[in-house]
Design a protein around this ligand. Structure first.
Ligand SMILES: Nc1nc2c(c(=O)[nH]1)N(C=O)[C@@H](CNc1ccc(C(=O)N[C@@H](CCC(=O)O)C(=O)O)cc1)CN2
Ligand SMILES: Nc1ncnc2c1ncn2[C@@H]1O[C@H](COP(=O)(O)OP(=O)(O)OP(=O)(O)O)[C@@H](O)[C@H]1O
Length: 185
């Protein structure tokens, strides 16, 4: 099996090579699957990442959720932790930590059973996840256990098996442009 860092480098490189039109087309397919899923339709609140660096795009989903009257919360990093804050519009975001768009109005979100749209660099079919290596999502999810965890990724980010640690929190579902993987974890 490849090491985590090798997988990160391999996937980041593939992601960088996506043409803007490919990134947009695949992201649109993912967004439409999310928006028609029962978990999304039934969710009153979405906890979503704000995509950067060719991650599967979420800004359209965020805008869609807001127009449907759903509450939307996005992450902001504080040192080695991350918390979620409600936004009312995409315009309430500014470039923050690591160049990721983060909320400027700090209205803490306190839901415990939201739909969590998860970013990631690589996933496996059991729901294991590799991110940027800081453990933000694992730390957050270890104390907020009841969110429904739906990861968004492109097909090339999903492996049959990747290395994992005891502290890794598995995703419940992975949505790609062609697949919908329920991990059963
Ligand atoms: N869109 C998005 N937002 C997110 C995350 C994420 O993975 N995606 N995070 C999930 O934890 C947190 C931010 N975590 C991050 C941790 C490290 C780096 C990082 O090392 N950035 C490198 C360049 C990234 C790259 O190699 O492409 C850098 O700035 O040098 C970025 C984000 C919270 N918000
Ligand atoms: N619940 C936790 N409490 C404390 N430390 C944790 C916890 N979960 C993970 N960590 C630590 O965070 C570091 C990074 O973990 P890991 O390699 O799994 O990150 P990642 O999933 O790739 O990154 P990210 O979650 O930021 O996208 C590791 O040193 C790990 O021990």
């Amino acid at each position: 099996m490849l090491e985590k860092q090798e997988i990160r480098n391999y996937i980041k490189n593939l992601r960088m090579q996506l043409a803007p039109s490919e990134h947009e087309a695949m992201s649109r397919m993912i967004a439409s699957k999310v928006e028609t899923s029962p978990e999304y339709r039934n969710a009153r609140c979405i906890y979503s990442y704000v995509d950067f660096g060719n991650e599967a795009a979420t800004k359209g989903i965020i805008a869609h959720a807001l127009t449907e009257g759903k509450r939307v919360a996005v992450p902001k990093v504080h040192g080695d932790r991350m918390d979620f804050y409600y936004i009312r519009s995409i315009s309430e975001l500014e470039e923050g930590c690591f160049g990721v768009l983060e909320p400027v109005v700090l209205d803490p979100a306190g839901e415990e059973e939201a739909l969590m749209l998860m970013p990631g660099v690589a996933f496996d079919e059991n729901g294991h996840r590799i991110g940027y290596g800081k453990g933000y999502y694992d730390k957050y999810l270890s104390i907020h256990e009841n969110h429904y965890k739906m990861a968004l990724a492109f097909d090339f980010q999903v492996f049959s098996e990747i290395p994992f640690e005891d502290t890794d929190i598995c995703t419940d579902e992975i949505i790609t442009e062609t697949r919908d993987i329920k991990t059963g974890k």
